[in-house]
Design a protein around this ligand. Structure first.
Ligand code: HEC
Length: 240
């Protein structure tokens, strides 16, 4: 009696799937992609290029999961609900120019006092305002390329080589993200209606910025190894 190895079994299943038109574990559009027949039968399934609409939809999911809205969309107080809610007329447009600042000072041991729109943060060393992420050319990310966005999240510096990002922007959470996810998030942000809103520059002393810059660089050095191992094999490399 012959014994089948696991790989022979999976090979038989794959051939069966191809012959019967069934698909085991690969239901994506790649299975029916034109030209698939000319590829080797047992080739690993290459991910199909997402359409622009799919990219934007995936980006929206990730931006929601990333809670970007919590700090980048101004909040307003809903009297009926008795709680603050996001003001979607200014979705992801950052701290409103001329908007209210935190009125109090952080108490002993406090990390920050957050302003009424949840877009301004008074830390013990100064005030930081959340950025306009809409594609407005003058005041938002309208002139950014996808590579600028990726470089920002990978390094914690604007566009990779600019000013270091200040707390509470949680860029480190995005630092190890697969490139395809960052590409999708940027595609979604660029699909938003542009909102003209010039966010004020942070009120933070230069020496504090320099210190945070140094901390970010050091954190990056210790994390580069981890990032390399998280990076998945299948990432799309856009033209940056
Ligand atoms: C806890 C609040 C908070 C959250 C959550 C947050 N951000 Fe930010 N973000 C900020 C603040 C504050 C700044 C401004 C930092 C500065 O001035 O250095 C900022 C800056 C940025 C910038 C730099 C833009 C520029 O013009 O320089 C980008 C890009 C960005 N955030 C994207 C995101 C994305 C994408 C998410 C969701 C995954 C997100 N942020 C979640 C607070 C936050």
């Amino acid at each position: 009696m012959s014994r089948h190895t696991a790989s022979e079994d999976s090979r038989a299943l794959t051939l069966l799937a191809l012959l019967t038109g069934l698909s085991f574990g690969c239901n994506g559009p790649a299975a029916a992609a034109p030209g698939a027949a000319s590829e080797p039968l047992l080739a690993p399934h290459a991910p199909a290029e997402p359409t622009e609409a799919e990219l934007v939809a995936r980006g929206e999911q990730l931006v929601r999961l990333g809670a970007c809205r919590d700090c980048h969309t101004p909040m307003k107080f809903d009297k009926d609900l008795g709680m603050p809610v996001p003001d979607y007329t200014r979705h992801l447009s950052g701290h409103p120019a001329g908007g209210p600042e935190p009125t109090g000072q952080p108490g002993a041991g406090d990390q920050a006092v957050i302003g009424p729109t949840f877009t301004s943060f008074r830390l013990p060393f100064g005030v930081v305002y959340s950025a306009n992420l809409t594609p407005d050319v003058e005041t938002g990310l309208g002139t950014w390329k996808v590579g600028d966005f990726i470089a920002t999240m990978r390094t914690g510096h604007k566009k990779g080589s600019g000013r270091t990002l200040l707390p509470p922007m949680p860029w480190e959470n995005l630092q190890p993200a697969p490139e395809a996810d960052l590409v999708a998030m940027f595609a979604y942000l660029q699909s938003l209606p542009p909102v003209s809103n010039k966010v004020p520059a942070p009120q933070v002393p230069a020496e504090v910025v320099a210190k945070i810059d140094e901390t970010n660089r050091r954190a990056l050095e210790t994390r580069t190894g981890a990032h390399a191992s998280i990076k998945p094999a299948h990432t799309t490399t856009p033209s940056l």
